[in-house]
Write a protein that binds this ligand. Sequence first.
Ligand SMILES: Nc1nc2c(ncn2[C@@H]2O[C@H](COP(=O)(O)OP(=O)(O)OP(=O)(O)O)[C@@H](O)[C@H]2O)c(=O)[nH]1
Length: 314
Amino acid sequence: MISDASQPPQGGSGDYPDTLQTILDSLDALVYVSDLETYELLYLNAYGRQLWGEPQGRKCWQVLQAGQAGPCSFCTNDRLVDDQGHPTGVYVWEFQNTDNQRWYQCRDLALRWTDGRLVRLEVAIDITDRKETEEQLRRAVALAEARANTDELTGLNNRRAFFALGEQATQQALRNGHPLSLIMFDLDHFKQINDSYGHAIGDRVLQNVATKVDSMARDADVLGRIGGEEFAILMYNTDTDESSHLAERLRQAIAASTIEAAGQTLGCTASFGIAAAHGRPISLEHLLSEADHAMYRAKSRGRNRVETAGRPSS
Ligand SMILES: Nc1nc2c(ncn2[C@@H]2O[C@H](COP(=O)(O)OP(=O)(O)OP(=O)(O)O)[C@@H](O)[C@H]2O)c(=O)[nH]1
């Protein structure tokens, strides 16, 4: 349409056929034309003039964007022509305007202007509302996913997430021939805390323990609350010496840690079981079962201790 015009329109002047001018000016979309080489803004419809004023021979990056000292780094001009300088067709993209911060879906096209030079025609519609809805949806999905994987009380991975992440880490360790070990622990006589002080205070004890685990484990470890008062730490690339060391430090930290509740200072201890893959093609399930047996050995040998699968008790 525009390339057929006898004169390039000059942003609302009367030298363009009235009806076409009216159509362009009544669009709820930005339409502009700029010189592909010099960036001079040759045409701006009413939508654009209302937002950015008259072009007055200025360049597109001076009028339509903010803070540009030269052609915009995100300019799509080079996508609109091929190596020989021939127009390549419509290029569609989405972009947040640097001046008014609105999001636009832009349809860009190189074409010959009335005087033969190559120009860029852009038709851009405001998609800010759609972008905001998409962003809200993305956040809601991320939140729902996080909630589905997180233990509400402690903020650690829940059992489901622990197994999902743990399975990945186990497979990876087996594939790469890396050591893998697992610490499991269960609070001692926790029922007594609930029975004596109530469930809410029991919850605070669980939160306190979770905070300790979280602060002492490494970022790469997979932590989880896998049962009521049962926790697990899967340690990638770690042998039993290292996991025993962490378990012992954790045991001591939990035993030394207290909370103030009901006018009293409350503490608890935990019993630990450790198992390691030792290069065996072992499943996470199997590893957990070995750690569980070791943990029950710790319970039966007096609690508040660490036992390792396949090693005699010390
Ligand atoms: N406060 C609270 N208690 C929980 C939660 N989940 C499980 N429990 C309690 O944890 C207690 C576990 O009791 P038991 O399995 O008998 O174990 P225990 O008393 O710790 O004894 P041992 O494991 O043998 O040392 C029960 O009283 C459960 O109600 C929870 O989310 N919050």
